[in-house]
Design a binder for this molecule. Structure first.
Ligand code: GDP
Ligand code: MN
Length: 387
C-alpha cells in the first residue's frame, strides 16, 4: 500500500527525521490558512498524488503569498496531473501540501528497501538527488552506494559514516546522517514498510540535512498490525477493480491484456497466464478466487473481470479440489445473467462435481465454449478474443 507525501512526512517526523513544516489542504481557503499558519515568507505548494515526477510536470511551485499559494493550488485541485509516472491519463489532484520553503545547496538520494536476497533492509544512497534512481543506475551506477543492515544490530556507526562520506557530507552532517538513518530504519521496521525513499534529501544553505520529499510503501501482509496506517489508504488512488476485489477477499491484480482469467489457486493462475501468453495473447489480470469460494464470491470475481473494458474473452480454468465445480458454475450463471454476458466464455473445469457443473452451465443456456484441457482452453480463448 502506498501513501501520500504529506502522510509519509508525518510518520517520519514522528520518528525524529528532519522534515520541513507543512500542512495538507483540499481547497483554496484552506490553502490560504495553511500559508498564513506556516508564517514564512516563502512556501512550496505540492500536488499530492501517488506518483513522482511532479516537479517536472508543474505540480510543485514556490509561492510568496497566501493569494499566490491559493491561485496555484486552485489550478491543480480537481484536475488530473500528468507526470511520467502516471501514464497519459494522469492522476486527479484532490489535495495539496503547503510546506515552508527550504534553501537548497545540494540534492542527494536516500532510500531503504527490502533486499530479498540478503533477507534484510538495504540502504541505497546517491549523490544524484532529484533524479530517478533507475536512471542513475542505468547511466552512472558508480554514483550509487548501498549497505545491508544487520537486523540484530541496526545501522552500525561505520555504515552511517561510509554512506555519509560517499555523499560528500562533512563534520556535523556526518552525525546528522547517522541520526537520520537510525530514524528512517526505526520508521521502516516499526511500520512494516517495504520502501522509504527520500528524493531529494537536501543539504540546506545552512548546512543541515532535510527530507525534502518522502515516499513510503507498506507491506500489505503487515497492515493488520497497523490500524493507524490502514487509515491512510486513499481509495481514490487505487484501481477500483482491485479495491472491489479486496472487499471480496479475492487475489486480483489488473494487467494490460485482453483475456480475463478466472482461476483457483495461485499456481494454476500463473500457469494459466503463461499458457495464454504461449498462445500469443496477454492476460487481462491475475485472479485467484481461492479454495473454498462461494457462488457469491465467484459472481463478484466474474463482475470484476467484466468491468475491464479491454477484456475480449473470458477464460475460466478451475480445478475442483476444495472448490466444487457445481458451485463455480452457479456463480458464473448468476453473474452472467446479471451482466448480460456478450463476450465469449471458455470454460475448463476438472475435479469435484465436474459433471454437475457442466450440466448447470448447459441448462442455464450460457454460451460457454467447453475445453477439455488447459492448452485447448487457452487456444480457444485467444482465438475467440481475436474474433
Ligand atoms: P517530485 O518531482 O514528485 O519527486 O517532487 P519533489 O518533492 O521531489 O520536488 C521536486 C523538486 O522541487 C525537488 O527536487 C526540488 O528541486 C524542488 N523543491 C521542492 N521543495 C523545494 C524547496 O523547499 N526549496 C527549493 N529550492 N526547491 C524545492
Ligand atoms: Mn521527489
Amino acid at each position: 500500500m502506498n501513501i501520500h507525501e504529506f502522510q509519509a512526512k508525518e510518520i517520519l517526523r514522528r520518528f525524529g527525521a528532519p522534515v520541513p513544516d507543512g500542512k495538507p489542504a483540499a481547497n483554496g481557503p484552506d490553502v490560504e490558512h495553511a500559508f498564513a499558519a506556516l508564517g514564512k515568507p516563502i512556501a512550496v505548494v505540492k500536488a499530492q498524488i501517488h506518483a513522482g515526477g511532479r516537479g517536472k510536470a508543474g505540480g510543485v511551485k514556490l509561492v510568496r503569498s497566501a493569494g499566490e499559494a491559493r491561485k496555484f493550488a486552485e489550478s491543480l485541485l480537481g484536475r488530473p496531473l500528468v507526470t511520467h509516472q502516471t501514464g497519459p491519463e494522469g492522476r486527479v489532484v484532490r489535495r495539496v501540501y503547503i510546506e515552508e520553503a527550504s534553501e537548497v545547496e545540494r540534492e542527494l538520494y536516500l532510500a531503504m528497501v527490502v533486499d530479498r536476497k540478503a533477507a534484510a533492509v538495504s540502504v541505497i544512497a546517491s549523490t544524484e538527488g532529484g533524479m530517478e534512481i533507475e536512471e542513475v543506475a542505468a547511466r552512472t551506477p558508480e554514483r550509487i552506494v548501498s549497505e545491508i543492515i544487520d537486523p540484530l544490530i541496526g545501522v552500525a556507526g561505520y555504515q552511517a559514516r561510509k554512506l555519509a562520506f560517499a555523499l560528500g557530507l562533512r563534520d556535523k552532517q556526518v552525525g546528522e546522517m547517522g541520526a537520520l538513518l537510525a530514524a528512517l530504519y526505526r520508521a521502516f521496521n516499526e511500520t512494516d514498510a517495504s520502501l522509504v525513499e527520500i528524493n531529494p534529501l537536501v543539504v540546506t544553505k545552512q548546512g543541515k540535512l532535510l527530507c525534502l520529499d518522502a515516499k513510503m510503501s507498506f507491506d500489505d501482509n503487515g497492515l493488520f498490525r497497523h490500524a493507524e496506517i490502514r487509515e491512510l489508504r486513499d481509495p481514490g488512488e487505487e484501481d477500483p477493480a482491485e479495491t472491489e476485489a479486496g472487499k471480496h477477499d479475492l487475489s486480483y491484480v489488473h494487467l494490460d491484456g485482453n483475456i480475463g482469467c478466472m482461476v483457483n489457486g495461485a499456481g494454476l493462475a500463473m500457469a494459466t497466464m503463461d499458457i495464454v501468453k504461449y498462445y500469443g495473447a496477454e492476460p487481462a489480470n491475475f485472479l485467484d478466487v481461492g479454495g473454498g469460494a462461494s457462488a457469491e464470491k465467484v459472481a463478484a470475481a466474474f463482475r470484476i473481470l467484466l468491468s475491464d473494458q479491454r477484456v475480449r474473452a473470458v477464460l475460466i480454468n478451475i480445478f475442483g479440489g476444495i472448490m466444487r465445480c457445481d458451485i463455480l458454475a452457479r456463480g458464473v450463471v448468476d453473474a452472467a445473467r446479471e451482466v448480460d454476458l456478450k463476450l465469449p466464455l471458455v470454460v475448463r473445469m476438472e475435479g469435484t462435481n465436474v459433471d454437475q457443473g457442466k450440466a448447470i452451465l448447459r441448462e442455464a443456456g450460457i454460451k460457454a465454449i467447453a475445453a477439455d484441457n488447459m492448452a485447448e482452453a487457452a487456444r480457444l480463448a485467444v482465438a475467440a478474443a481475436n474474433g
